[in-house]
Design a protein around this ligand. Sequence first.
Ligand code: CIZ
Length: 301
Amino acid sequence: MDVKQKIEKLKKKRNAVILVHNYQLPEVQDIADYTGDSLGLSVEASKTKADVIVFCGVYFMAETAKILSPEKTVLIPDKHAGCPLANMINIKQLKEFKEKNPGVKILCYVNSSAKIKAESDICCTSANALEIAEKAFTEDDKICLIPDKNLAQYVASKVKRNFIFWPGYCPTHAWILPEHIKKQREKYPRAEVLAHPECSQAVLAVSDKVFSTGGMSSYVKKSKSKEFIIGTENGMLYRLKQDNPDKEFYPAADIAVCRNMKKITLDKVVWSLENMKEEVIVPEDIISKAKTSIQAMLKYV
Ligand code: CIZ
C-alpha cells in the first residue's frame, strides 16, 4: 500500500475528515477532503458527521476547529507546527494591556490562540476584517486589532475607525519586500499583483489588489488576467494552479515559505491517524468564551 492508500484506509477506520490549509505542501493538499482558509475549513468540518478532524495547518487553526466542533476529536499531525504571528501575544500581555487601556475593544485576528480569542470582544479574518471593523464598532471606539500590526494598518487605511497597533507580524509575509514585487513586475509585465494584508504597507502600496487567501481564490477564477504575482505564503500558488490550470502564477518572493506550515507531511498524517495523535485539547471554559468571539463575528458576515 502506498502512503495515500494508507491514509484512505485509516480515514475510513477513524471516520475522519482531512482539512488542509492553502499554505500546505502540494502532496498534503492533494489528500484533502477540504482545502481553504482556517475559518472556512473549521466551519466545513463542523457540518460533517466525522468523528475525527485531522487538521493539516498550524496549531491555532486546529484549535479553531476544536472550538467549532468540541464533540469531535481534533488531531494535528505535528504539534510543533506553531504560528509565530499567533505567538506574538500571550494572555498575560493581553490582560495587562486591557488593564492599562480601560474600555479598549479587542478585535482578534483568527491567527491567535484559543486563549486569546476567549479574552477578546470579537474575532475577524483577513477576508472580513474591514467589514467587522466597520460594522461592529463606532468612530468613538478605541480598537486594538491583535496580534497583526500589518492587517491592522491595512484596515485603518480603509475604514474610519480608531486603532491602537499591537506590534505583531507574520515573519513569512514580512520577508516579502517592495523590491521583490518590482523585480517580478519587470519579469512578468502582464501579471496582476495580488498581496495578502499580512504584508507590509509598503508592499501593499506597490500591489494591484489586496486579498485574503480565499479572496485570491475567488478573484483569480473571475479575472480575465492570465498571469498573477502572488504576495503570500508560497503554498498558495499550488492551490491557485490546481483551480486555474490555464493561468500562470509567480511568487512575489521565493523566500516566502512558512517552515511551520511545511512541518506537516503525508507520513505524519498516517502516524496521526494510526495513533490518534496529537490530540488538540482546549479547556471547556476557553471553548465557550472563544466561541462567543467567533459567533460575534459570524453575526456580521
Ligand atoms: O485564516 C487563514 O487561513 C489565513 C492564515 C489567512 C488567509 O488569508 O486565509
